[in-house]
Design a protein around this ligand. Structure first.
Ligand code: SAM
Length: 450
């Protein structure tokens, strides 16, 4: 696999670039596999060939070979996320820069498919994390991955970056994992080489500036901006950092990096902003760039609109509580004929966001009421909120896969709604009837491979 010579030429002045080693590692075809564990869903992972922990992220684990992830029910249970190791450096950045997480509001602006959002949700367990994706069909996979992760404080929106200007100064942390020319993934995805061009690097650089300029007004004064790309090109990395410092008066922040991680610190040529480069010949991971900033300017915000949410009637909440045991601190609202719940502490923020943005998912969908019948929702099974009320059935691997393929399967269990579990984790609902079992695994998420 040959890296484009124009890219190699452009990298001659990049800090830490070693042409020979860089070309050799791309020619080697070596593949690094890593996953990030979900602290909400501990499980027995002895079937996965975990070799070591990722240095900069304690939930990150390297695997010695790539398993067939699709046929592992734990993946569908949201017990882990398959994520490239370098990008888990975000964990280190927030750990160092935002040690106190309580009440923090976090936006992951370019979020699909959800690698960074699920990481942020695992860190800001007592904060509010908004995962946004502008492209509609990519927002669906983001909803799927966030739902499986089961974090109730993780919201999904589907908006253009400029729409966030209507909530000035709202967020404490802004993550922008910008769309880029993708050279950092050449080793993992050689097809990306075909799509690379100098012209596209220039286009990406302009788009990155536009996205940043559009989104930064939604960050509070002293809020933290984390900017990342999977491109090696300085036009998308150091040049953007210089531009952020000069044009948007952002203050560059540095991180402590252990020497044995192999991460290269780089200093932008004009204004000296600091960034971190990941070269696959030096780190155990793919190409990546990350830089952190503090916002030094103030937004002059008027009073933000507060839309009334359609709150669920007391009678329906009572009906819900008569069948399902849930935590006490929840507020219930209706959406698309279903009842959803969010922790009451976030209700006002949700109302603000709902007044200005298109919300795809907020809180956890609990159930829909069909007359007197209560149909429990898949999102509820994926969350850790259920405190009782339903019997469960433990499935073996073969039956779990039939269930996840949405096929017919047979198990013994109490009549009515049952939670399907695998290895101690909930994977969804089934309704056991006298003569059959109705499989309620979401059709659009089912395993299609045989
Ligand atoms: N953060 C994601 C993760 O870790 O899983 C990966 C994000 S990917 C590098 C960049 C995302 O930006 C893509 O999902 C893409 O659809 C989105 N995007 C593309 N054009 C955009 C634009 N003009 N504004 C905002 N986001 C855009």
């Amino acid at each position: 696999m040959a890296v484009p010579s124009a890219l190699i030429r452009s990298l001659q002045t990049a800090t830490g670039f070693h042409q020979e080693a860089f070309e050799a590692v791309h020619a080697s075809g070596e593949q690094i596999v890593s996953i990030r564990l979900n602290p909400l869903k501990p499980f027995d992972h002895s079937h996965l060939p975990i070799s070591e922990t990722v240095g900069w992220c304690e939930n990150g684990k390297y695997l010695s070979e790539r398993p067939f992830f699709t046929f592992d029910p734990f993946l569908h249970a949201g017990a882990y996320y398959v994520q490239e190791a370098s990008s888990m450096f975000l964990w280190q950045a927030i750990k160092q820069l935002v040690p106190i997480t309580t009440g923090k509001k976090v936006l992951d602006l370019c979020a699909a498919p959800g690698g960074k959002s699920t990481l942020l949700a695992s860190y800001f367990t007592d904060g509010l994390v908004v995962a946004n994706e502008v492209i509609k069909n990519r927002a669906n996979i983001l909803v799927e991955n966030c739902s499986k992760w089961g974090a109730e404080q993780l919201l999904v929106t589907n908006n253009d970056p400029s729409h966030f200007q209507s909530v000035p100064g709202f967020f404490d942390v802004l993550m922008i994992d910008a769309p880029c020319s993708g050279s950092g993934l050449f080793r993992k995805d050689p097809d990306a080489i075909e799509e690379w061009s100098e012209a596209n690097v220039a286009l990406c650089s302009q788009r990155q500036q536009r996205i940043l300029a559009d989104a930064i007004p939604c960050l509070a004064e002293n809020g933290i901006l984390i900017y990342s790309t999977c491109s090696y090109s300085q036009a998308e990395d150091e040049a953007i950092c210089d531009w952020l410092t000069e044009e948007l008066q952002m203050e560059s922040l540095s991180l402590k990096v252990e020497e044995n991680w192999g991460i290269v610190e780089t200093i932008a040529p004009v204004h000296g902003a600091i960034g971190y480069r990941f070269y696959p010949d030096q780190v155990k991971g793919e190409g990546f760039f990350l830089a952190c900033f503090r916002k030094k300017t103030t937004e002059f915000a008027g009073k933000m609109k507060l839309k009334a949410l359609p709150m669920t009637s007391k009678l329906q909440v009572q009906q819900l509580h008569s069948q399902i045991s849930l935590p006490e601190n929840l507020s219930y609202f209706d959406q698309n004929e279903a009842i959803r719940a969010i922790e009451t502490q976030w209700l006002k923020d949700l109302r603000t966001l709902a007044s200005h943005l298109y919300i795809k998912k907020a809180g956890i969908e609990i159930a829909s009421l069909k007359g007197k019948d209560l149909v429990p929702s898949h999102e509820l099974a994926m969350s850790n909120w259920l405190e009782g009320g339903y019997p469960s059935v433990d499935l073996d691997l073969e039956t779990a896969l039939l269930y996840l393929k949405r096929k017919e399967f047979s198990v013994e269990g109490q009549k009515g709604w049952n939670l399907m579990r695998y290895g101690g984790l909930q994977i969804g609902w089934a309704k056991i009837l006298p003569n059959r079992i109705n499989n309620y695994y979401p059709g659009e998420w089912r395993i299609l491979k045989e």
